[in-house]
Design a protein around this ligand. Structure first.
Ligand SMILES: Cc1cc2nc3c(=O)[nH]c(=O)nc-3n(C[C@H](O)[C@H](O)[C@H](O)COP(=O)(O)OP(=O)(O)OC[C@H]3O[C@@H](n4cnc5c(N)ncnc54)[C@H](O)[C@@H]3O)c2cc1C
Length: 598
């Protein structure tokens, strides 16, 4: 496998030139105290080092060995403990954490780039700190002072890790039917009993304690999602002097053997009257969990990008070296037995698909992360707008980026031909590791329903209008610029078509709700490709200016960006046309066939 190189130049381009992040940070007091352009650059450079030099090198061995389980004890793979200590000692576990409790308070746009690096290096490894950061966010927002003081600091320091315990064997997408019970105790705590499955990092040997966030119901709770509460259940209880106390009644029953992410422990967790502490209000557990889930869903989307970037780097290195066949227009390297496979249109198609989708995903995820920063730290109109855009874009980040991530992982494998299928080159590991991101943290089907039913139809189109208004303003501002016409015209058409499709689907769904379920996946991708076109147009504009304003040294970067932007608009954006046709085709072709006829 090619040595992983963090795309730092592209990240700097996005932060400093496309989104001008520093200008935003300096306007928001809470961010201005923590970060500026130089700090951000130093952080990304340091994170690149640990990703390239400490984590990427252990990924292959981790995949080969896999986690092991014996008598309730989960042992992680060789090298993980040392790498995790190095990671924790560097303060990375608290990168986005609340400064009052020892976090570094970095904006999401920085932590998102950090997550991409970790995921390119090794998704399995990235899951342990990723879940801890998500759990910490939920605790910081909804936990009592006492819980925060006791647990948050040590989660940020990396001394303790966390897990997220939602799924039960009969309850995955539908959390309203969970059976785990919480009984109130005289001391104000709760006794938690039930079984959870598929729990990432539920048990391991990387940290001395694990903080489980568990969904459970009180016996008299309302039925369905409105009766769910959230509890903090530590693996080891904590004494008043902060030392570790007795082992709590929570244990790992077994681990799963799975297609990919072999070095990530996926655990069956048994809670047998474990002591737990309420987070937030009773029966409002799903709201608290959604704080974590919104954060995690962007992070899971970025897992797709992480695998895709690694796949591109491998495939490109291989394609440059591999010689097979001749260019259709005549031998390009007659002195060799054959030409490099880079001469073949189909190989260039695969590489450019990956390149344009990866750079587009990185840019769109940075845009969404900045909206999350406005929503978290901003004020007034900017904050309200940020919240609407985060709500709209979170299912897109999760589902669109992971679908594209898997597409790119497979495309990279295809570039390597048979060598992509055998283990030696590491390409097949990326395909196996990338696949899960489409499934967990709410399947991509559930994300599509969330987008179309809850966000778009639920707000009667208002949430979508927040986005299209911004894009229309950009189109208006640039429509007189002849050099931008090749980007602005198709973007304007894409927005018109998106609005039309939205109106058609919402109208049809009034007669038959199945219209939404039948078209949700297509709709999510139409909106995803359109949003990515907006971001590619912005990158093209900045690159045109970059070409004019920079001497020879910077030219290649901007030239490559402009070529890739053109590729996106001419070869990728038209995908939306077939998706629109499918979405518009109606639900009858799906529902007219009786179940027995399947
Ligand atoms: C490796 C791994 C790690 C995981 N880590 C965690 C973890 O840390 N914590 C945790 O709590 N869980 C975890 N999960 C569980 C994961 O989140 C669930 O598997 C996932 O949410 C889907 O639930 P399910 O498997 O029960 O599928 P189901 O809910 O049974 O879904 C089956 C199919 O039906 C579709 N479907 C279901 N309902 C609807 C609907 N209303 N509309 C449209 N389509 C629908 C789904 O999209 C899917 O295609 C993990 C799973 C795996 C495999």
């Amino acid at each position: 496998m090619a040595e992983y190189k963090v795309p730092l130049k592209d990240m700097g381009f996005l932060l400093n030139e496309v989104f001008k992040a520093d200008e935003m940070w300096q306007k928001i007091p809470k961010l201005a105290e923590q970060v500026d352009k130089e700090t951000a650059q130093a952080i990304l450079q340091e994170c690149a080092k640990i990703s390239e030099q400490v984590i990427a090198p252990i990924s292959r061995q981790g995949d080969e060995t896999g986690v092991s389980f014996k008598d309730g004890v989960v042992t992680t793979v060789p090298g993980y403990k040392e790498a995790f200590s190095t990671y924790a000692e560097g303060g990375w576990s608290g990168l986005g954490g609340d400064v009052e409790y020892g976090g570094m308070g970095m904006p999401k746009v920085i932590t998102a780039m950090h997550e991409e690096m970790l995921c390119s290096a090794d998704i399995s490894f990235a899951l342990y700190p990723g879940l801890t950061a998500g759990a910490a966010l939920s605790l910081a927002k909804h936990g009592s002072e006492a819980l925060k003081e006791r647990y948050l600091t040590r989660m940020y320091s990396g001394e303790w890790a966390a897990s997220m315990c939602l799924t039960e064997s009969h309850s995955g997408s539908d959390l309203g039917i969970i059976r785990t019970k919480a009984l109130p105790q005289e001391d104000g705590s709760y006794s938690i009993t039930g079984n959870k499955i598929f729990i990432t990092g539920g048990e391991h040997d990387l940290t001395e304690n694990i903080v489980h966030l568990v969904l459970a119901k009180l016996p008299d709770a309302p039925a369905g999602p409105r009766g769910i509460s959230l509890f903090l259940v530590p693996k080891f209880n904590v004494n008043d002097d902060e030392s570790l106390g007795e082992r709590n009644h929570v244990s790992c029953g077994s681990i799963e053997h799975k297609m990919g992410i072999h070095a990530s422990a996926t655990c069956v967790m048994n809670f047998d009257g474990a002591q737990g502490y309420l987070i937030g209000e009773l029966n409002k557990g799903l709201n608290c969990m959604f704080t974590m889930m919104n954060f995690e869903r962007i992070g899971v989307g970025i897992q797709g990008l992480g695998a895709a970037e690694r796949s591109y780097q491998n495939a490109l290195e291989y394609a440059k070296d591999r010689i097979q066949g001749r260019a259709l227009t005549g031998a390009k390297s007659p002195e060799q037995a054959a030409d490099s496979i880079m001469v073949h249109g189909d190989v260039r198609r695969m590489l450019l698909n990956m390149k344009s989708l990866n750079e587009g995903s990185r840019a769109l995820s940075s845009y969404i992360a900045m909206q999350l920063d406005y929503a978290t730290y901003g004020e007034g109109e900017e904050q309200v707008k940020g919240e609407a855009l985060v709500a709209l874009m979170t299912p897109i980040a999760k589902a669109f980026f992971t679908d594209l991530g898997f597409e790119s992982a497979v495309a990279g494998q295809q570039v390597l031909g048979g060598h992509g299928y055998i283990r030696e080159w590491g390409q097949e590991q990326l395909v196996r590791d990338a696949r899960i991101a489409q499934i967990y943290e709410g399947t991509n089907g559930i994300q599509a329903m969330d987008l179309l039913m809850r966000k778009v139809a639920g707000s009667k189109g208002e949430m979508l209008a927040v986005f299209t208004t911004e894009v229309n303003a950009y189109i208006e501002a640039n429509k007189a610029d002849a050099a931008m016409a090749e980007f602005i015209n198709p973007l304007a058409q894409a927005i018109t078509d998106l609005n039309e499709l939205t109106t058609d689907l919402l109208t049809k769904s009034q007669a038959n709700k199945n219209e939404l379920g039948a078209s949700a996946n297509d709709y999510l991708h139409v909106l995803g490709y359109t949003a990515m076109a907006y971001i590619w147009a912005k990158m093209a504009k900045v690159s045109q200016a970059g070409l004019e304003n920079n001497g020879d040294s910077g030219q290649d970067f901007y030239k490559a960006k402009l070529h890739t932007a053109r590729y996106y608009f001419t070869r990728i954006l038209p995908r939306r046309l077939s998706l629109i046709a499918s979405a518009n085709s109606g639900c009858d072709c799906m529902f007219d066939i009786d179940d027995e006829l399947f």
